[in-house]
Each structure stands twice: as structure tokens, then as C-alpha cells.
Design a protein. Structure first.
Length: 302
């Protein structure tokens, strides 16, 4: 078990990037370990590639199952404490990496949402090749495929997220924290003009309530519409009991608890923003769904 435990962080990070769900990632890791104990790889074989293959197959199954289900309203990844994620460079031997995306960027909400446009196979290929810096041969082995097929799937995956690549914003932590705080102050002061100035012209606000709580059931687009909607929510919201700034998914989040007794009004929430290259808020994400906030760090400490 000690040897298996040493692989948990990498497997969890891979499964989380594959599914966007901390709960699913936990289940994938546990099932992978159970299979390793029940039917381990051949004696003398390298354990990590075997574990990666099993975890990838399980994660792809989870992703397919989620997509078959009807999800009410916008979907967002589950926020998770950064200490749970493998954000260090993927190459411990210090060799140069040719990965297109950093480990930090690959757990951002913007990137995980972009991956939703991919098939499970394309998602696996892109993560292995462009995030974890696997070679085409290593990726083919992990997926039980061929190098030629991997190259085709990678090309298709890159084409499908070309719009993300063209608009990749700033993952600068201090700048994002400052923008988030400025946005929250303007919201507190009910200053619609200040809110609008902080938002990019094509800004999107998305709230994931999972069908549990009252929330906009669609994405809100444009500064004026977003400002008006959030101010409307602000005026009706119950008072805050506790709140903190947390580092989740490698970026700043505002995590709070409201004094809500209504089953239709969320008691807990986590919100963050993404900046464009000009430093404007291009996306504002709010997670209310209870299962999404069960992961470590996603709620205010009790």
C-alpha cells in the first residue's frame, strides 16, 4: 500500500483533469488501487504506467456517464484545495518540458471548461501530450492505441479548443486576486458602474447550482447584464456569516457561508474570476451545488 500511496497525487490530478470532479477523481483513485491489489501488473513490471492506464480508463467511463446525465443549469468543475493537486512541473528529472499548458493552467476553470468540448479519448490524449508531456509513444501505450492514432486525436483536440488558445487570459495570481476583491467591493457597495468597468465586453457569468438552489439557469453575457443580475441577487441574499479568501485550483477564490434557512437558497458558495490579456474579468464563476463544495478547502472552515 505504501508504494501505491506514492502514486496517489499524480493519479488524482489526472483523474480530476479528466472529469472536472473531485469526487469522481477520488473514486477513480480508490478503484485503481483496488484493482492493483486484486489483480496487480505482472511481477517485475513498471507499476506507474499500469496505474495510469487503469485510472485513465476509469476516468473516461466516469466522464461518459456524467455526459449522459441531464445536468440542470450551467456546469462548473468542483473547486479544490490547491494542496491536493499536482501543480509542480511534471518532469522531476529537470529535463526541459515541451508541454503546451502548465500544471497550474490545466486545473483552471477556464481550461477545464474548454476540455468539455473534447471526447473522452481526445481529452485523455491532450492531457497526456500537452500537459503531462508524454511522448506520442508513451501516450499510445497508456491508451492501448498507436502513435498514428494518438497524433490524429491530438490534432482534433487542439482544433476543438483553438478558441481557448486564441483567448488564453492571465493566470497571474496577484492580478486575479486584486480584480476579484475589487469586484466584490463594487458588489457590496451596489455600484453597477464600477462592476461594469471591471468586466470585459464579452464577459460571461456562470453559476452552478446543480438544480438544488435558485440561480440563473443560463450563462449571463455582457457587463450590463451581469452587473444587473448580480446586484439583484445581492439585494435578496441572506447576510454572510463567515467568509475567507482561499487558494483553490491554484487561484484565489472567495468562499463564504450565508445565514440561509431556505432549502432553495444556498448556504455555502465559492466564487472566482478569470482575466483576459488586458486584465479585465472575462469570466465570473460561482459554485453553489452541494456536491461540488464537498472537497477539501471548498467551504469556510467550521
Amino acid at each position: 500500500m505504501t508504494e501505491l500511496a506514492s502514486h496517489r497525487r499524480k493519479l488524482f490530478g489526472l483523474a480530476y483533469r479528466m472529469t472536472g470532479s473531485a469526487a469522481d477523481a477520488d473514486d477513480v483513485v480508490q478503484e485503481t488501487f483496488l484493482r492493483a491489489i486484486g489483480k496487480p501488473p505482472a511481477k517485475g513490471g513498471d507499476l506507474e504506467p499500469w496505474l495510469v492506464t487503469v485510472a485513465l480508463n476509469l476516468a473516461r467511463d466516469r466522464l461518459r456517464a456524467r455526459r449522459r446525465e441531464h445536468y440542470r443549469g450551467p456546469w462548473l468543475p468542483s473547486p479544490i484545495d490547491s494542496s491536493e493537486l499536482d501543480l509542480e512541473p511534471p518532469s522531476p528529472d529537470d529535463r526541459d518540458t515541451e508541454a503546451r499548458y502548465s500544471m497550474l493552467e490545466s486545473v483552471s476553470f477556464a481550461f477545464l471548461l474548454a476540455l468539455e468540448a473534447l471526447t473522452p479519448l481526445q481529452r485523455a490524449v491532450l492531457l497526456l501530450r500537452d500537459v503531462l508531456d508524454y511522448s506520442a509513444k508513451e501516450t499510445a501505450v497508456a491508451l492501448g492505441s498507436t502513435e498514428g492514432a494518438v497524433k490524429v486525436q491530438l490534432l482534433r483536440a487542439r482544433r476543438r479548443i483553438a478558441s481557448y488558445d486564441a483567448t488564453r487570459g492571465s493566470a497571474d495570481y496577484p492580478a486575479t486576486r486584486a480584480a476579484l476583491l475589487a469586484f466584490l467591493v463594487a458588489l457590496r457597495d451596489e455600484d453597477s458602474a464600477a462592476l461594469a468597468l471591471l468586466l470585459a465586453e464579452d464577459a460571461v457569468a456562470r453559476t452552478d447550482a446543480g438544480g438544488e438552489f435558485l440561480a440563473a439557469g443560463i450563462d449571463l453575457v455582457g457587463p450590463k447584464r451581469i452587473a444587473a443580475a448580480l446586484l439583484g441577487v445581492r439585494k435578496k441574499a441572506p447576510p454572510l456569516v463567515r467568509f475567507e479568501l482561499r487558494t483553490l485550483n491554484g487561484m484565489p477564490f472567495f468562499v463564504g457561508e450565508q445565514d440561509s434557512a431556505s432549502p432553495r437558497v444556498a448556504r455555502h458558495f465559492a466564487m472566482t474570476c478569470e482575466l483576459d490579456r488586458a486584465g479585465k474579468i472575462r469570466a465570473f464563476h460561482t459554485v453553489l451545488a452541494t456536491p461540488k463544495l464537498a472537497a477539501k478547502g471548498a467551504r469556510v472552515a467550521g
